[in-house]
Design a protein around this ligand. Structure first.
Ligand SMILES: [Zn+2]
Length: 440
């Protein structure tokens, strides 16, 4: 019997509040906004890490990073050898579960921190890694915006099967390198002002500066961004945001092309579309650029689910998490035998309060726990910026500017114990850790 297909779209580095359907004032996302109208939009979905590998692995396994073992991104130990963790073979993934249930499975990714050898490839019949910032999100020869034909061709070839497709791109990750029209889309001078000196190495001096930085930082984008942009100058930061927003608009038009294919094949009524991200991007809200901290501009991600067996135009305000995606998809597919996981199905979320707690953890940047009222952040190890523990009253201070830890240390203790309880709630077996070295 034909079951529902699943398309999971994971746009790397997409913060929720830069999309129209999450209240943004620029027209970055007409297609995604339309998708939200036809499905359920979760207004407060939180990622389990502000880093690609641990966050996407939490989506794929419905486990917290401690329990899937991919606690950090691929770490550079030199310019040719990188260290990475690999998923314990005993842990099932969304793809491996769907494969066992008779699905054809394919992933079209931009690689890097969703490298197939880390365990992301498990359960997929086909796992494409197309390097470059936009990956499979590319222009066709006629200059009309299209996804590269690969995922669309794969859908056409598998239209009669039950299929699961995972799409991933770094197209909105810095250095924001979509086609020219989109680099100029919101602030035309942004490209000339920033991206040319930053990444295009137009002049000899730029090239020399870039080379020197690259040697000093081993290609660390955080240091590169900071060295070209004056973070104290709001106009520089506004230009970065305009480039980011242009890249979002580009991705939105690529998704329109994908959905056109799904519609043209008559698949929209039997395909679940899940749209999400792994973490956001920060633009000096807390003194830094890129995505290295645990504030909500980095942890709050979009989550939209359009499914034929779900109500349309529903907005859910309560806290949900990336780990809840897997159990929700499996319930929508009526797959009852599911492995022990940390997440819960979000199907009842529109009618009852699930009282969920959102936690995030990384090995080197610290951890965070939040409910509707409070958020507690603590550094687990020395981070880029050594700092004290932080406590915020999210109702009075949603932007996390006023640390009230010293006024309410008992609340911080309570939040920490909630974090520990939640992390170890399911009593799952800790994974066997495996380290691999990737030679570039
Ligand atoms: Zn990422």
């Amino acid at each position: 019997m034909k079951k529902l297909n699943v398309i999971l779209i994971g746009i790397d580095t997409l913060r929720a509040d830069h999309l129209g359907c999450y209240g943004y004032n620029r027209l970055t996302s007409p297609t995604i906004d339309e998708l939200a109208k036809k499905g359920v939009i979760f207004k407060n979905c939180f990622a389990q890490a502000p880093a690609t590998a641990p966050s996407f692995m939490s989506i794929m396994t419905s486990r917290y990073p401690t329990y899937h073992g991919i606690g950090e991104n691929i770490g550079g130990t030199g310019r040719v050898i990188c260290r990475m963790y690999a998923l314990d073979p005993a842990i099932p993934t969304l793809a491996s579960i769907l494969k066992k249930n008779g699905y054809q499975t394919a992933a079209f990714t931009t690689g890097g921190n969703v490298h197939p050898l880390m365990g992301f490839g498990r359960g997929f019949d086909y796992y494409s890694v197309k390097h470059g910032w936009t990956g499979n999100f590319r222009l066709d020869a006629g200059k009309r915006i299209l996804l590269s034909d690969d995922p669309r061709r794969w859908i056409r070839e598998n239209a009669r099967e039950n299929f699961f497709l995972f799409l991933h791109t770094y197209a909105v990750h810095n250095p924001w390198d979509p086609p020219k029209r989109y680099r100029k889309f919101f602030v035309p001078e942004a490209e000339e002002r920033l991206i040319v000196p930053l990444f295009r190495n137009k002049t000899k001096a730029d090239r020399a500066h870039r080379k020197q930085l690259s040697e000093q930082t081993r290609g660390d984008t955080y240091h590169t961004l900071h060295s070209f942009v004056n973070p104290e100058k709001p106009e520089d930061v506004d230009c970065l945001k305009a480039l980011y927003d242009g890249a979002i608009r580009y991705v939105d038009e690529c998704i329109a092309a994908l959905l056109e294919t799904v519609n043209a094949l008559g698949l929209s009524e039997n395909t679940i579309i899940v749209f999400t991200s792994d973490h956001g991007e920060e633009f000096m809200e807390h003194g830094m650029l890129s995505h290295l901290q645990l504030y909500n501009e980095l942890l709050r991600v979009p989550l939209i689910i359009r499914a034929p067996n779900l109500k349309k135009s529903v907005a859910v305000d309560q806290i949900v998490r990336s780990i809840d995606i897997l159990p929700t998809i499996l319930e929508l597919l009526h797959i009852r035998r599911i492995p022990p996981v940390h997440g819960v199905s979000l199907i009842p979320a529109s009618r009852k309060n699930l009282n969920l707690l959102a936690i995030a953890e990384t090995e080197t940047r610290g951890c965070a726990v939040q409910n509707k009222k409070y958020k507690y952040i603590y550094p687990r190890y020395k981070s880029y910026k050594i700092r004290t523990d932080e406590l915020y009253d999210l109702e009075k201070d949603p932007e996390e500017k006023n640390n009230i830890l010293f006024e309410k240390p008992r609340i911080a203790e309570k939040m920490f114990s909630l974090f520990e309880e939640e992390l170890h709630r399911e009593n799952l077996t800790p994974p066997r850790r495996k380290i691999m070295y990737l030679i570039k």
